[in-house]
Design a binder for this molecule. Sequence first.
Ligand code: C2G
Length: 128
Amino acid sequence: MKKVITYGTYDLLHVGHINLLRRAKELGDYLIVGLSTDEFNAGKHKEAYHCYEDRKMILEAVKYVDEVIPEETWEQKIKDVVDNKVDVFVMGDDWKGKFDFLKEYCEVVYLPRTAGISTTKIKSDLHG
Ligand code: C2G
């Protein structure tokens, strides 16, 4: 079974997220999402609208997602890849190059982002 992992905040789920999750799942048979905890988001200077438990429940309802684990630190990725026997690490290409250190442990794939959509854009559009 080919295992894929990706990480993110996944707040206010939108087509950019779904396009990423769909393409990530296409690279294997089992997709794990490392979901940023509210505390980890604070470190990313991000405040999610939905709390971690709600974002987790929403992601678990997405047909491409097989498992959701908490992302609590920047340093956990190597352990996650090794412990879960992950074959492929996937991120959107806004992160291109940032996780190349994982190439020792698994394949590293950066996928083109979906243009024109982001959680930030949704929030600003809604503020009118
Ligand atoms: N994404 C995308 N297209 C968009 C918006 C997001 O492909 N229009 C991708 C991002 O590149 C990322 C994933 O969707 O791979 C999740 O995006 P975010 O929730 O914004 O994740 P981020 O805050 O970048 O957290 O350790 C890595 C971090 O947790 C990534």
